[in-house]
Design a protein around this ligand. Structure first.
Ligand code: GLU
Length: 419
């Protein structure tokens, strides 16, 4: 992942300014604006962890449940030094719109611990996860709030959460998604976010005449989302991934990178910039490479007015990450005629397959990988089509149209539940 220059606007502020545009578009009542702007419930905990040398460090953690009108709150847990209250709240809010847009029966939540996990040993990471789970377990549950992986967390972290929760409540696989397969995880969950991004790109490609096959793609970030996306674009869509980056820098090859080779190289913890078959570039240079698709797949706040909104040289920006574009940068891209496929449409494949995983756990029945992919494609394509049609009808951006659809659905659930 590329370390971003700190965005001038917080995650919360980004979510709010985008909310207003969509709320105006659907004439949302003021009491619902108030309810939907604020979180339903916020939990902040201090998490003491015994480090390997015997001393105790204390970390701050959050679980913020933004809205649960349409179903149990749902969203990942990230471990990152910048995972503060505002960032987690902004991301929890996005999850409400994401699950509503996909029309899956969940609300939105997010969790975070302010920690740099690269500085922890595996045992310290496990103790941190267990202690954090103990402190937030009271607000979790298969019908209450269901965590999943996010930045710097993975299936192993979910396994510890499952174990810690189940030790108290009895075996409860549906309390968490993105688990290892052997603990009730779903086939296809790990690649689901990247796969969903590809499905959305394929639909957009057809509608707007930028055939994916042979088109040039630049991907910022080569972690779970960027790595799987690169692989799928290369093997299934026949696209040419010409540049990728990680936290240390990037690599470019105009004739298309050897993605299987690069993935094997990155799996050995080698920086992508040291890959033999391309030219090393800095993280700033990556943004200016002429391409058809520019896909940020790392942290938020990386496309900004100061940094790159005027110099980006692509046909479409596809938000694989959550909140990669600041609102000011978003307006600049709009002025420049560069469309943006928003995060809560483009990267919703992860939470969509989380829904299938949860459903499989409750059914105590395993789906095949083909079935998961087929359902994912149908769900995300339907959401895409609804957004595309409304954007056209209202002459709005994809982001505003997507917000309007999501807001409408959540508002309807709120009205029906009454007060
Ligand atoms: N962390 C992912 C996201 O931001 C997945 C959330 C989930 O599966 O609950 O969408």
């Amino acid at each position: 992942m590329t370390a971003p220059a700190r965005a001038p606007m917080s995650g919360k502020a980004i979510a709010h300014s985008q909310f207003d545009r969509a709320a105006n578009l659907i004439n949302l009542e003021s009491y619902l604006r108030r309810i939907l702007l604020a979180p339903f419930r916020e939990v902040q905990v201090e998490v003491p962890v015994r480090m390997d040398d015997g001393h105790i460090e204390v970390f701050t953690g959050y679980r913020i449940q933004h809205n649960g009108a349409r179903g149990p709150c749902k969203g990942g847990i990230r471990y990152h030094p910048e995972a503060d209250h505002d960032e987690v709240l902004g991301l929890a809010t996005i999850m409400t719109w994401k699950t509503a847009l996909m029309d899956i029966p969940f609300g939105g939540a997010k969790g975070g611990v302010q920690v740099d996990p690269k500085l922890l040993s595996q045992l310290e990471l496990e103790r941190l996860t267990r202690r954090f789970t103990q402190r937030i377990a009271i607000v979790l549950g298969p019908y209450r709030d269901i965590p999943a992986p996010d930045v710097n967390t993975n299936a192993q972290v979910m396994a510890w959460i499952l174990d810690e929760y189940s030790n108290r409540q009895g075996y409860t696989p549906a309390v968490v998604t993105g688990k290892p397969l052997s603990l009730g995880g779903s086939l296809g969950r790990e690649e689901a976010t990247g796969r969903g991004v590809m499905y959305v790109m394929a639909e957009y490609a057809r509608d707007f005449g930028i055939p994916l096959k042979g088109s040039r793609v630049v991907i910022q970030g080569f972690g779970n989302v960027g790595g799987h996306l690169a692989r799928l674009l290369d093997t299934e869509a026949g696209a040419k991934v010409i540049a990728v980056s990680d936290v240390n820098g990037g690599i470019v090859n105009e004739s298309g990178l050897d993605i299987p080779g690069l993935l094997a190289h990155a799996a050995q913890k080698q920086p992508v910039s040291e890959w033999k078959d391309g030219r090393a570039i800095t993280n700033d240079e990556l943004w200016e490479i002429p391409c058809d698709w520019l896909v940020p797949c790392a942290l938020g706040g990386v496309i900004t007015r100061e940094r790159n909104a005027r110099s980006i040289d692509c046909k479409v920006v596809v938000e694989g990450a959550n909140e990669p574009t600041t609102p000011t940068a978003d307006s600049i891209l709009e002025e420049r005629g560069i469309p943006v496929i928003p995060d809560f449409l483009a990267n919703a494949g992860g939470v969509t397959v989380s829904y299938y995983e949860w459903a499989q756990n409750l059914q105590q029945y395993r789906w095949t990988h083909e079935q998961v992919n087929k359902e994912l494609k149908a769900t995300i394509t339907k959401a895409y089509t609804t957004v595309r049609d409304l954007a056209k009808q209202k002459a709005a951006t994809f982001r505003t149209a997507a917000y309007a659809i999501a807001l409408q659905r959540v508002a309807e659930a709120e009205r029906l539940r009454g007060n």
